[in-house]
Design a protein around this ligand. Structure first.
Ligand SMILES: NC(=O)c1ccc[n+]([C@@H]2O[C@H](COP(=O)([O-])OP(=O)(O)OC[C@H]3O[C@@H](n4cnc5c(N)ncnc54)[C@H](OP(=O)(O)O)[C@@H]3O)[C@@H](O)[C@H]2O)c1
Length: 294
């Protein structure tokens, strides 16, 4: 019987790419995409994708979505309730006999004692998956290149600059298309058996300073784009103006400090090892999405 893969967070930056790549191969299992707000569902209008509406804060909405599911892509939006939200879904997965959970986590979650809130919460949720006894793969990616579209794109268009409190930090920033490709391999296990009960730290091909990123964006767009190194207080005001809540602002500022200490520069070969293709460079990313920056 054909299997079913349920993708949580299917309309988001990573989830929509996972759905897109899964739908590109008609020999893949059936794809069920969990949608939160119906307005965003058009982002995943790909052939052969069934939509189902859920709210992972309301466990009752999960029963129908999880019915008959064999493999689960698990992703939650950062919040203080992440662990509880993931617990609800892991419990449901176990109940319906899901065979494999591919969980979106974060680079640094290999540190069991991390005090960085965004990492600590992911590690706690990872432990719940481990304790469930369901086979798993943890995706632990570094910063997304696509943050330069979703967060900085409009600002770059308006001011030819992006503003971050990152000092001289170097980051092995990774393209979401590569993270999704690793996720798809783990979800389908095509050409690959050794994804079970493994955690993958997923990075881009090299560590870049934010000045270097600005230089690569300038070359791709053929206009001068600058990195402005701002204070934490200015970063806090900017995020508050953008409507972010205090918990998320504090968590992001904490993560920024962790990056400045040099923890985001590790480079791994996971993208190539798992997908057989080299990880995309920032240069390639900037050229592919040039219209987002000019
Ligand atoms: N950004 C980075 O650089 C980075 C790096 C490493 C790890 N991560 C991790 O990646 C994850 C975020 O991935 P992303 O950026 O792809 O997410 P995203 O674009 O923010 O998307 C979040 C998804 O979750 C859905 N959602 C939100 N609230 C929901 C609810 N109550 N019930 C059901 N669905 C809900 C959203 O649907 P609606 O839009 O309809 O609400 C959306 O599809 C987080 O775990 C983060 O820690 C991020």
């Amino acid at each position: 019987m054909t299997e079913t893969i349920l993708v949580i967070g299917a309309t988001g930056t990573l989830g929509s790419e996972v759905v897109k790549q899964l739908s590109n191969d008609s020999t893949n299992p059936l794809i069920r995409a969990a949608v939160h707000s119906i307005e965003n569902a058009k982002k995943i209008d790909f052939p052969g994708v069934d939509l189902i509406q859920i709210d992972y804060n309301e466990p009752d909405t999960l029963t129908k979505a999880f019915s008959g599911v064999d493999r689960l892509f698990l992703l939650t939006h950062p919040s203080p309730n992440t662990v509880e939200q993931e617990f609800n879904m892991i419990k449901e997965a176990k109940k319906v006999g899901v065979k494999h959970i591919v969980k979106q986590s974060v680079m640094g979650a290999d540190d069991d004692n991390s005090e960085v809130e965004l990492i600590r919460l992911h590690r706690e949720a990872e432990k719940l998956v481990e304790e469930s006894g369901v086979e798993y793969t943890f995706l632990r990616p570094n910063e997304f290149m696509q943050n330069f579209i979703t967060f900085h794109g409009p600002v770059i268009k308006n001011t030819n600059a992006f503003y971050l409190p990152m000092g001289n930090a170097e980051v092995s920033i990774v393209d979401v298309r590569d993270i999704a490709a690793v996720a798809v391999k783990a979800l389908t296990k095509k050409d690959l058996e050794n994804v079970s009960n493994k955690a993958f730290t997923i990075t881009g091909p090299n560590a870049l300073s934010y000045n270097k990123i600005a230089e690569l964006l300038s070359t791709a767009t053929n206009k001068k784009i600058e990195y402005i190194n701002i204070s934490e207080e200015d970063a806090r005001s900017g995020m508050k103006e953008a409507g972010m809540n205090d918990w998320l602002i504090n968590a992001i500022l904490e993560l920024n400090g962790y990056f400045r200490e040099g923890h985001a520069s590790q480079v791994t070969s996971i993208v190539e090892d798992i997908t057989g293709k080299s990880a995309k460079t920032f240069d390639e990313f900037a050229r592919n999405y040039v219209d987002s920056f000019r």
